[in-house]
Write a protein that binds this ligand. Structure first.
Ligand SMILES: [Zn+2]
Ligand SMILES: [Zn+2]
Length: 253
């Protein structure tokens, strides 16, 4: 499995970091975890296009994770005939987002045929398995709207080629929704580092056993050399290696 971090910033793009999006390649197939800007353009820069992507998984409906999704849907339809064996499935964390996405595509005269790509909602009971990758979801409290239990955010665990990789998505400011059970034993854990003070995360991270932890969705204070060194010093005692991702970072498992 090859993992390429397209964008590693927090809610806004910065000079050196785009919004959240990660490309997975396994067995000649391609998948995206989140689709923040400019994920579609970065597919093209990597010699790919949306119609080669088998599935997109949106961890939660914030625009730094969905900004490129309308373009990816439009391009996947437009160039579907180039890769007739590939059909895009977009996995939403909220069913209510699906008609709204279709409306936005219609508003852009995308003449969107629903039959040509699949849009579905996932949750903890209904993950994704296409015979190549298996994705299971753990609910987090990053999206936590009183009186609207359907508004949800998820961490995603990807299993393929005998490897397990966890993406936390965005977490709450307390870090106590870090999906520790799902992350245990993973070969690689991508943890966001924006919404909580790092010192609050240390007791939970001390309980984790994994092959490696990489910080992504990086907040401004950690986007400097000085900030990264501070975070790495705070996590140096953990029983697994800790690194920072960056835009274009490639990991092969
Ligand atoms: Zn975010
Ligand atoms: Zn968010």
């Amino acid at each position: 499995m090859k993992i390429t971090n397209f964008g590693t910033s927090h809610g806004d793009p910065t000079l050196e970091h785009f919004c959240s999006s990660t490309l997975l390649e396994t067995q000649g197939r391609y998948y995206l975890i989140d689709a923040g800007e400019p994920a579609n353009a970065l597919l093209v820069r990597n010699g790919l296009c949306a119609s080669r992507v088998s599935a997109v998984f949106i961890t939660h409906m914030h625009i730094d994770h969905t900004g490129s999704l309308p373009v990816i849907c439009e391009q996947a339809k437009k160039y579907r005939s180039r890769f007739p064996d590939v059909s895009l499935t977009v996995n939403f964390p909220e069913a209510a987002a699906i008609p709204l996405m279709n409306s936005w595509l219609q508003a852009n005269h995308a003449r969107f045929g629903q039959a040509e790509i699949t849009m579905r909602a996932y949750d903890e009971q209904n993950g994704y398995d296409d015979g190549f990758i298996r994705v299971t979801a753990t609910r987090t409290r990053h999206i936590n709207i009183p009186n609207d239990p359907s508004a949800a955010s998820f961490a995603l665990k990807v299993e393929t080629e005998g490897k397990k990789v966890l993406f936390t998505g965005d977490l709450s400011h307390t870090f106590d929704d870090f999906p520790l059970d799902a992350a245990q034993g993973c070969d690689l854990v991508f943890s966001e580092i924006t919404h909580y003070p790092l010192e609050k995360a240390i007791p939970t991270l001390e309980k984790l056993r994994c092959g490696k932890l990489k910080f992504y969705h990086i907040h401004n204070p950690w986007q400097t050399q000085e900030g990264r060194q501070k975070a790495l010093a705070m996590t140096a005692h953990l029983p697994y290696p800790v690194e920072f991702t960056y835009d274009g970072c490639v990991t092969v498992l």
